[in-house]
Design a protein around this ligand. Structure first.
Ligand code: LER
Ligand code: MN
Length: 263
């Protein structure tokens, strides 16, 4: 199993220091933040990683806009921003770009009494946008990874099953999902069952424990990783969490803990 961690979790201020610390703690990858400045850092990242075992696993978030905005200009800007981050992902050899279709409450107007509900309109809108992105990005060689969040962070995409439905409706080989153990722990009736039933669509995981501390420091069950590994999953499990103790020690502890779960 390949392990990664978000760049802000690694100790050190420079990319070199972070990459060295992750390698030392037993990781294989780093997940980069997809904010605008990453575009100007691509060469630095490639140069830095050329002498390291660490790879860019994924690019995550970093955007201010979203696909469910009532403003068509914001929606099309979001599409362009996703395409740009998919190009960066491909250039860095990453699995793909992780995106949330919409944070927070609905922003489309409630059109009662017409029959389509906001939820129906949002689903149609996102599927059309995904088709558009997938078509333009079909030769990029990087996945657009849908991330379901929990109910306190989004009203829209909250379960792995719904992510699968969006992927199937968009019917594109380069749209897949990323499953986050912290969110699944809140939203899925049975985390292991949801993961295994949808594994063919899952290309990446985020891992935090029940309390969003590093895995092994809460009461979530990561035992499903054994079966995930057994079925030949080739992606990364990336940490997105806080640490209650010394970062270097906790990073190393969690790497051992997760590898043990997958054994
Ligand atoms: C937010 O809670 C989260 O899990 C991030 O991965 C969103 O991109
Ligand atoms: Mn996440």
């Amino acid at each position: 199993m390949k392990l990664s961690a978000q760049e802000n979790l690694a100790p050190g201020t420079s990319l070199r220091a972070k990459v060295e610390a992750l390698q030392e703690a037993g990781y294989d990858g780093i997940e980069l933040n997809g904010n605008d400045s990453l575009g100007g850092r691509l060469k630095e990242v490639k140069d830095e990683l050329s002498t390291s075992r660490i790879r860019v696993s994924t690019i995550c978030g970093g955007l201010q806009h979203n696909l469910l905005s009532p403003d068509p200009k914001e929606r099309s800007k979001t599409v362009e921003e996703y395409l740009e981050r998919l190009r960066w992902s491909a250039e860095l050899g990453a699995v793909g770009f992780i995106m949330v279709p919409g944070f927070g409450p609905p922003r489309l107007p409630d059109l009662t009494p017409i029959s389509a509900t906001v939820a129906e309109l949002e689903e149609k809108l996102v599927v059309e946008e995904l088709k558009l992105i997938a078509k333009r990005a079909k030769d990029y060689g990087a996945f657009l990874l849908l991330e379901p969040l929990n109910r306190y962070e989004t009203h829209f995409l909250k379960t792995v099953g719904f992510a699968r439905r969006l992927i199937e409706e968009a019917s594109s080989d380069n749209i897949r999902m990323m499953a986050d153990f912290f969110h699944m722990n809140i939203e899925e009736a049975d985390v292991a069952d949801s993961v295994l039933k949808n594994l063919e669509y899952i290309k990446h995981f985020h891992a935090a424990d029940s309390n969003r501390l590093n895995p092994g420091r809460g009461h979530s069950d990561f035992g499903v990783l054994k079966e995930v590994e057994g079925r030949g999953f080739s992606g990364y499990v990336a940490l997105e969490c806080s640490f209650s103790g010394d970062r270097r020690e906790e990073l190393a502890f969690t790497a051992k803990y997760l590898r043990k779960q997958a054994e």
